[in-house]
Design a binder for this molecule. Structure first.
Ligand code: HEM
Length: 443
């Protein structure tokens, strides 16, 4: 068991980690961007440097791009797909076999995130309706209520709190648990398991982090399997019930597929949105002029959320593999080549966003950001995340107009996901200013 886990780690992370560390020491910029902790806090100058080197740059173990148009082209191209075992070099394939079956996770097949059509199309069809713009718009009042309830609890406990622990993580965890039909009382446990799931997205993990992510994912998987009978008994009208019914009625959804989609929806539902809320709260506390503008013109909140997504993207990167020989930005790319798409860098591309390092909630082109990716894997939860960002931040700053940092917010250790794991704040005042946000702004 332990030996097989070791082998799994070597094949999935250890070999890449060693190669990238070596190249990083030799000064390779792409490798630094992959793993160097020193540039995690502020990767943006390095994205600029990489972008200046070319549309597509060879870096570390993959091609890389921080250009907005290249990212869009690759994400929308049928010549690229998600990482697949059968496209990996022979020695790695052998290692994968020896390492035994991996724990189900967001980047292990059959996860929707790493499958290509036709499976991918089948998975998405089952859940898109629940997350459609219309279905999500109907949830606005409930998201507002949850935000108010959480802020009531904070108000009675002040005067200083950790905004991530008490609000930014709990709001999306509560919303997604209710939507799916998972017990809200378990939301802190879900968050703990989710932290391990979030680690699994990164490349070149240490063995310790890899073990933690496998253990957390394993625990979440076991819980999910144990929860399905309860879903069947309750016969509710929620997302897990739809998925369990699809499995039971033989709609070609295996038990692994059912668990994988359920786990992905649950974890993706809060592991990313927590970063949108945290990054947004910190940006607005650090730019009081922008907050003032939003107070005066609340109809600008939806644009502000786009600017937060652009400026401090909760998902910094994704990747694709060439399914056949192809050409990107005039450069030949061989079948089997991997390309890392730096979404956080594309969102600072001056070709699309003039003066890209300025945070400006009135920026007219902010909605051109690729924070939710593009093409067939475009984020299913985008409408929900935007709603939670808008209602969550607007309610927060209405309830606590003088909200202020009392220390330096602490970045979480993940690289694909960018956010804070602690934001110490002083509440100052919790006098409501009257107007409700629940129906005041529409996208
Ligand atoms: C600010 C919050 C969020 C951000 C920045 C975000 C970002 C992303 C990105 C970049 C991808 C595509 C990755 C790729 O192309 O390889 C993605 C996919 C996905 N997201 Fe989100 N996400 C957020 C919130 C959510 C929420 C609330 C849900 C809840 C259901 C969700 C569910 C998913 C799912 C299921 C996929 C896989 C879609 C597919 O592969 O077809 N996300 N997300």
């Amino acid at each position: 068991m332990a030996l097989r886990r070791r082998i799994r780690w070597v094949v999935r992370h250890g070999l890449i980690r060693r190669t990238v560390q070596r190249q990083m020491r030799a000064g390779d910029l792409g490798s630094r961007l992959m793993i160097d902790p020193a540039i995690r806090e502020d990767p943006f100058p390095y994205y600029d440097e990489l972008r200046a080197k070319g549309d597509v740059v060879t870096g570390g173990v993959a091609l890389m791009s921080a250009h907005h148009d290249v990212c869009l082209t690759v994400l929308r191209s049928p010549d690229f797909g998600q990482m697949r075992l059968d496209l990996m070099p022979g020695v790695l394939r052998l290692g994968m076999k020896l390492g035994g079956r991996a724990v189900l996770g967001p980047i292990e097949r059959p996860s929707m995130l790493v499958t290509d059509p036709p499976e991918h199309t089948r998975y998405r069809k089952l859940v898109t309706r629940a997350f459609s713009a219309r279905a999500v718009a109907a949830m606005r009042p409930r998201v507002g209520e949850i935000a108010e309830e959480l802020l009531d609890e904070i108000a009675s406990s002040g005067p200083t709190v950790d905004l991530v622990q008490r609000y930014a993580s709990l709001l999306p965890a509560t919303v997604i648990a209710e939507m799916l039909g998972a017990p809200v009382a378990m939301r802190r446990q879900f968050l703990e398991w989710g932290a391990g799931a979030a680690l699994s997205l990164d490349v070149g993990l240490s063995y310790r982090d890899f073990r933690r992510s496998e253990e957390d994912l394993g625990a979440l998987h076991r819980w999910m399997l144990g929860h399905f009978p309860e879903v069947r008994r309750a016969r509710r009208d929620d997302v897990l019930s739809t998925l369990v019914t699809a499995h039971d009625q033989g709609e070609q959804l295996s038990l692994d597929e059912l668990s994988s989609i359920s786990m992905l929806l649950l974890a993706a539902g809060f592991e990313t949105t927590v970063n949108l809320l945290g990054n947004g709260a910190v940006l607005l506390m650090r730019h009081p002029d922008q907050l003032e503008l939003l107070r005066a013109q609340p109809q600008r909140w939806s644009g502000a959320v786009e600017e937060i997504l652009r400026y401090d993207s909760p998902v910094q990167r994704t990747g694709r593999i060439a399914l056949r020989d192809t050409v990107v930005a005039g450069r030949p790319v061989r079948a089997g080549s991997s390309i890392v798409l730096l979404l956080g860098g594309a969102n600072r591309d001056p070709e699309v966003f003039p003066d890209p390092h300025r945070f400006d909630v009135q920026r007219p082109e902010a909605d051109q950001n690729v924070a939710f990716s593009s093409g067939i894997h475009y984020c299913i939860g985008a409408a929900l995340a935007r709603l939670e960002g808008e209602v969550g931040l607007q309610t927060l700053f209405r309830r606590f107009p003088d909200l202020a940092l009392t220390g330096t917010p602490h970045r979480r250790p993940t690289r694909v996901l960018r956010g804070y794991d602690a934001i110490p704040v002083r509440l100052s005042s919790h006098t409501p200013t009257g107007t409700s946000v629940h129906s005041s702004t529409q996208r």
